[in-house]
Design a protein around this ligand. Structure first.
Ligand SMILES: Nc1ncnc2c1ncn2[C@@H]1O[C@H](COP(=O)(O)OP(=O)(O)O)[C@@H](O)[C@H]1O
Ligand SMILES: [Mg+2]
Length: 259
C-alpha cells in the first residue's frame, strides 16, 4: 500500500484537532504500519509546550505552513483564490519528510493549523482522508459543519473527492443530542444534497472520548497511552475511520450512478 496521508483539520481553535490526530496516529501505529504525526505550525502563532509530543509512542515532527505567495494586489479575487488553492508547497515538503521518516509505505497523520490556507485544494488532493473534529457545543458543531461544507465544495469544484469525515468528540451521554444537531445543520447547509448525498451518520466517526482524569494525566505528562482500554479504542477508531472512508467513496460513486 502506498503512503497514506490523514489530514485532521478545522477552522476554529480548540476544535480537538491535536488530540484527534494523536489518537488516530496511535491507533494506526498499533496496527503495525510505520506512522508519524506531523504538527503543522503557522508562523505568527505561539507553539505551546505539548504533552502529546513528550508522551505519545509515535514519532512526532513539526512542519511550517509556508507564508502565502505575495501576489499583485490588482489580481482578480478568482485568480488569487486559484493560485492560493494550487499552492502545494506544504504537501511537497510533507512528502519528503514522511519518506525520510517512515519510507514510502507508511502513514502520515497531519494536525493542520486552523489557518484557512491549511486545507487548500492542493493539500486535499493528495490526502487519503480528511477528519474534521466536532466537539459537543452548538458553536463547535457549527464550525465543523462549515469546515465540512467548505472542504466538500472545493472538492466538487475540482472534481477530486476525498473521504471527508466528521470526527465527533462527546461523552456517550451527549451522543444522541450531538448527532441530532449535526444532522440538522448538515442538511440546512446542503439542502440539495450536493455535498453529502447520503445520511449524515455516514460521515461520522466517533473519536475516543477522554475523561477529565485522563486529560489531567496527559497534561501532567503521565503515560496514558499504555492503558489497554485506550489502546483498544484508538485501534478501533483507526479501523472505523478506514471503513467510513471506503463507504464515503462508495456513496459518491452510487450518487453519480443515479444521475
Ligand atoms: N478526544 C477527546 N476527549 C475529550 N476531550 C477532548 C478530546 N479532544 C479534544 N478534547 C478537548 O478539547 C480541547 C482542545 O483540543 P485540542 O486537540 O488541543 O484542539 P485543537 O488542536 O483543535 O486546538 C482539549 O483540551 C480537550 O479539553
Ligand atoms: Mg492543536
Amino acid at each position: 500500500m502506498a503512503m497514506q496521508t490523514y489530514l485532521v483539520a478545522g477552522f476554529n481553535g480548540g476544535a480537538g484537532r491535536s488530540l484527534t490526530a494523536a489518537l488516530l496516529a496511535y491507533g494506526l501505529h498499533l496496527q503495525d504500519r510505520p506512522t508519524i504525526l506531523v504538527r503543522q505550525t503557522c508562523s505568527g502563532l505561539l507553539s505551546t509546550i505539548d504533552p502529546l509530543e513528550t508522551t505519545l509512542p509515535v514519532p512526532c515532527c513539526e512542519l511550517t505552513l509556508p507564508a502565502p505567495y505575495a501576489l499583485p494586489s490588482d489580481l482578480t479575487a478568482g485568480l488569487t483564490t486559484m493560485i492560493h488553492g494550487a499552492d502545494a508547497r506544504f504537501m511537497t515538503a510533507l512528502q519528503q519528510m514522511a519518506v525520510a521518516e517512515v519510507g514510502n509505505e507508511g502513514n502520515v497523520v497531519v494536525d493542520l493549523c486552523c489557518n484557512e490556507r491549511a486545507l487548500n485544494a492542493a493539500t486535499m488532493r493528495d490526502a487519503s482522508m480528511i477528519l474534521l473534529p466536532a466537539r459537543a457545543s452548538v458553536f463547535e458543531v457549527d464550525w465543523a459543519v462549515r469546515s465540512f461544507a467548505r472542504a466538500r465544495d472545493i472538492q466538487r469544484y475540482r472534481d477530486a473527492a476525498v473521504p471527508t469525515l466528521l470526527a465527533t468528540i462527546v461523552p456517550d451521554s451527549g451522543r444522541t443530542r450531538q448527532m441530532h444537531m449535526l444532522g440538522r445543520m448538515l442538511r440546512d447547509s446542503d439542502p440539495d444534497r450536493e455535498l453529502l448525498p447520503g445520511e449524515p451518520s455516514e460521515v461520522v466517526v466517533e473519536v475516543p472520548f477522554l475523561d477529565e482524569a485522563t486529560l489531567t494525566a496527559l497534561l501532567d505528562e503521565r503515560p496514558i497511552w499504555q492503558d489497554p482500554l485506550l489502546s483498544a479504542q484508538c485501534r478501533a477508531f483507526a479501523t472505523a475511520a478506514a471503513v467510513r472512508a471506503d463507504a464515503f467513496m462508495t456513496m459518491l460513486a452510487e450518487d453519480d450512478g443515479d444521475l
